[in-house]
Design a protein around this ligand. Structure first.
Ligand code: RUB
Length: 274
């Protein structure tokens, strides 16, 4: 049986290596880690591994304040599940029979919306995505959707425009929301611009507890892009980008499907109670 410190380090390594990924999964793993070693210094270590994750930050902040951390964690996770399930059902109403849906990266929120539309509402539709370099999280999405018997078509990253223009709707997750911005996997902002150009509806899907005042963009290791690159070449690896929230058709959250401005107003309010 591993001791708490070994288990704690294993969770952090899994987050760091993106074995555990997606804002909600990262937050859940962070909570698990903090319950193993519930100190301020372990909270600091947890927050350092994924700096672009307000859901994780809000969860850790809440637990640090709490006298009964286990009880608070259980409540937080229960509320998170409730919000996630609401998004699943609301989001699925946007999926219509024979639609082409575009998605990007690997968002548990978007995947659950699509699975709900297929399994519970018996809708047939096609999902387009790309591989999503450097860690190929798009392939993970394709595998999850294929397992749920949803037709999925995957292309290399630079074929995104060709696929996107065949679609009726673009659904993507969120790592962070602010009053004016949404952060998500690198490439999202370009895809939103393209979707707007082609008149395709675009929605970010995520719980309001991803709201924050300021977004810090994580820079990941260049090794993920090119393992043994020539040292005369600078390799950069920005993990996320920023999309102006007003360029979206709406945000799908536990508040329903709302215009961006209405969503941010409500999310800001919710955060006050943390
Ligand atoms: C994943 C990503 C997801 C969001 C939302 O990036 O951009 O869209 O995290 O995920 P990474 P979820 O793989 O770098 O974590 O909907 O599961 O919270």
């Amino acid at each position: 049986m591993k001791n708490s410190s070994q288990k704690f380090n294993k969770i952090l390594n899994n987050i760091k290596s993106v074995k555990i990924q997606g804002a909600e999964n990262v937050a859940k793993a962070g909570i698990e880690a903090l319950l193993l070693i519930p100190t301020k210094s372990s909270a600091k270590k947890i927050l350092k591994v994924r700096p672009t994750e307000p859901l994780l930050q809000n969860a850790i902040k809440l637990l640090l304040k709490s006298k009964d951390k286990k009880k608070s964690a259980t409540k937080f996770l229960k509320d998170l599940k409730k919000a996630h399930d609401t998004i699943t059902k609301k989001g699925a109403t946007l999926i219509k029979k024979d639609m082409n849906v575009y998605t990007h990266c690997h968002s548990s929120t978007v995947i659950d919306i699509l699975k709900y539309a297929k399994k519970k509402q018996n809708k047939n539709f096609v999902v387009y995505t790309t591989e999503v370099e450097p860690l190929l999280q798009g392939r993970a999405t394709a595998k999850d959707l294929a397992k749920a018997k949803i037709k999925v078509i995957i292309a290399p990253d630079l074929a995104a425009e060709q696929s996107l223009k065949k679609c009726d709707i673009f659904l993507f997750g969120a790592d962070a929301f602010t009053k004016r911005k949404v952060a998500n996997k690198i490439g999202t902002s370009t895809l939103v611009k393209l979707a707007k150009l082609y008149g395709i509806k675009r929605y970010s899907c995520g719980v309001a507890l991803k709201f924050t005042k300021k977004i810090k963009i994580e820079k990941r290791s260049p090794q993920e892009v090119w393992q043994n690159s020539n040292d005369k070449i600078e390799v950069i690896n920005p993990a996320f980008d920023i999309t102006p929230i007003k360029t979206l058709s709406g945000v799908i959250s536990e508040f329903g499907i709302l215009p961006p401005k209405q969503f941010t107003k409500k999310a800001k309010q919710k955060l006050k109670y943390l």
